[in-house]
Structure formats: C-alpha cells, structure tokens
Design a protein around this ligand. Sequence first.
Ligand SMILES: [Fe+2]
Length: 214
Amino acid sequence: MDKNWFSTPQEIREGIKYLSAHFYPVNLMERWKILKKFSFEKAKIITNYSLQQVIEEIEHFDFFKEYFKEDPLTTVRLPDSYIKLFDGLVEDFQNEKWKDNVATRFHMITEGVLATVGLKILNETSKKYNLIEFNEGIKRIIEDEARHVNFGFSLIEDKEYAVRRIEELFPLAIQIIKDGKDKIELLGYKIDDLISLMNELKNARINKILSRTN
Ligand SMILES: [Fe+2]
C-alpha cells in the first residue's frame, strides 16, 4: 500500500476502493468459486493464451488483495446489477454456446467495456493523487486486459449471435455504472460522459467482430 494512502482525501479513497472491489469482489468470491474451476477446465480445451489469461486474472486478484490488506475491500457493498452480471457468467459456462456467451459477457462487456472504463478511472485518479504503487499495479493490469479482450475475439464462433448478446447485455453494464454514481462522481467523473465512452467501446468491439473474416 502507498504510504500516502491514508492521507489521500476520504472520498477519493472510497471511490478507489469502490471500483477496486469490482475487480476483487472479496465478499462474493465464495459465491463465484465455481468460476475458477470452469475457467481452468475451459482453458484446457481452448489452449493458446487461455491458461495464461486465467493465471493473469488470479494475479490481478492478488494485487488488490495485497494492496488493500490494511484497508480491506470487505467494507464495499457491490450493487445487485454487478451480482447479476457474474451470476449470468456461471450460467454461460454451462451453456452449449459457451464460447460465444463467455466471450460476449466476459471479454467484450466485462473486460472490453466495464473494466476498461474502471481501469481508466483508477489509472487517472491514482496518478493525480500520487499513489505510485497503486498506479503501477493498475497499469500492468491495463496491459493484460487489452490482451484479454483481443483473445476474446478469437473465441467468437457465431458473429450475429455475439453482436446480439452484446447489445442485450449492454443495458446491464450501464446499470452497473449508474449504481455506482455517488462514488464515481466523487472522483470527478460524470456518469453521462462515462456512458458515452461505454457506447464507443461497445460499438468498437461490435465493429471488430463484424469485420473479422473467419
Ligand atoms: Fe482479464
């Protein structure tokens, strides 16, 4: 943890903790324990970068776990919309179209839209408040996540279905951001601006899916 963490303004710490809990939902890890098992099982089938990705995700958990040791994320309550997103992922893994379902819900919506926005805020805010150790960790995660999103494109088999799923899930992603309004706006961001950014990211992912030739 940065030595200036506790001297950082309280609303900034709260906002950072709130967003960080979305990346390391410590209170909900037990609920989604099965996701770790599914991820490793499927990584064996997919091969290539898949196993590396699962390992990187675990390392991301470890970064937040370690960083917030003295100011635990257990105090953060995540919204029902967020719980719904990941409960859906458990179902997606058990579906016969699991590749398209996981690629859209996890790689496109969760990583490609929500995490991209969340990490941007965490990166900019930690830089602004000189939280150097936190900022270095976030920058590493941003690099990994860009690769994860790219990997997600290779999982998609049914392009039309994938685009439809992204559009269907997008309102839930918007809801998650709206549910965090109070905390996020204290960090100096307007929800409407973030929704515009999410739209741009979503459309960019869709265009990339549609332009792929395989
Ligand atoms: Fe990831």
